[in-house]
Design a protein around this ligand. Structure first.
Ligand code: ZN
Length: 308
């Protein structure tokens, strides 16, 4: 069993419109845009990152807004709900805020003893806010949500699977432990994590596989401290029979990817070097940053990418 993984690093999803996506995460959810860059493989598509002040691993929601991409069809083999942590007593505030911004399909429920507000993103993305007592992670308050209510980072992610068995096994190998089980959902937690500590596995044996599109999670990334720990995890996964990519430089972290038995794409990402690697913390996310291999496209991209 591994001990290098410290919780979630980021969650990456797809959207149909960059501006709508940007407004939702900054104006509605109050997160900070910590990086404005482009997709490594499709440089005419943005890669937008939202999180706390510096984009601390465990707080970072990222998006590929592919203009006019069809909406995804929810199903199994995907992350169904991405869950953020908010302070105790703040769900009424959030219900009012979301409703005032036109987000009307709100549902409050309770799971594992925690009060939760479920809502949808602009492309039908499944989200929830859960009240967490004493989450001491610092919130970003620069976009109009004060510290008594602001999002602290991720709380968990829920995966919808036809059969949870092999994925639970894998997560346990990665260091997760089963902490609870209720209503067909297994909750796994990582000891000594960064706050984004839980994965819920929901079994839906009769539901078809998801079709990924706008509003779908593309992959989910787990955090390791540095490249050395990442190589340890990579070797252990490969020794167990997983096909893992080589280490890829993503400018703000190093990444490896592998497909899991339940169908969800996993990434292991390093906490180093971080989003302040190429711009001052005070201006994070403001300028268009380009990967070195796409730097020559700057004038074209500055003209053609939608202004945010
Ligand atoms: Zn990623």
């Amino acid at each position: 069993m591994l001990n290098q993984i410290k919780g979630l690093h980021h969650v990456t999803s797809m959207a149909a419109n960059a501006k709508t996506n940007n407004n939702f995460f900054t104006d509605t959810l109050g997160l900070r845009r910590v990086k404005k860059t482009v997709n490594f493989d499709a440089p005419d598509v943005y890669h937008l990152y939202y999180g706390d002040e510096v984009g601390t691993p465990g707080s970072v929601m990222t998006y590929f807004p592919f203009p006019h991409i069809a909406r995804g069809r929810p199903g199994t083999g995907e992350v169904g709900t991405t869950v953020f942590s908010v302070p105790q007593g703040s769900l009424t505030y959030w219900g009012n805020r979301l409703a005032a911004k036109g987000n009307l399909e709100l549902k409050v429920d309770e799971a594992f003893g925690e009060k939760r507000l479920n809502f949808f993103g602009p492309d039908g993305d499944g989200f929830a806010l859960v009240e967490v007592k004493d989450d001491d992670r610092a919130a970003w308050t620069g976009n109009g949500v004060d510290a008594d209510h602001a999002i602290r980072g991720f709380h968990s992610a829920t995966m919808r699977l036809r059969d949870e068995g092999a994925t639970a096994e894998l997560l346990k190998f990665m260091g997760y432990e089963e902490v609870d089980r209720a209503d067909g959902v297994v909750r796994l937690g990582i000891p000594g994590g960064n706050g984004a500590d839980f994965i819920d596995l929901e079994t839906m044996p009769n539901i078809a596989r998801a079709n990924l599109g706008a509003g779908s999670v593309h992959h989910i990334a787990f955090a390791v401290e540095n490249r050395e720990k990442q190589l340890e995890v990579r070797k252990a996964l490969m020794d167990t029979g997983y096909q893992v990519t080589p280490v890829i430089d993503r400018d703000y972290f190093w990444a490896i990817y592998f497909r899991t038995p339940g169908g969800v794409l996993f990434e292991i990402a390093t906490n180093e070097p971080g989003f302040d690697r190429d711009e001052d913390t005070a201006y994070l996310g403001e300028a268009l940053k380009l990967p070195t291999q796409h730097a020559h496209l700057r004038s074209y991209l500055e003209e053609h990418l939608e202004k945010l």
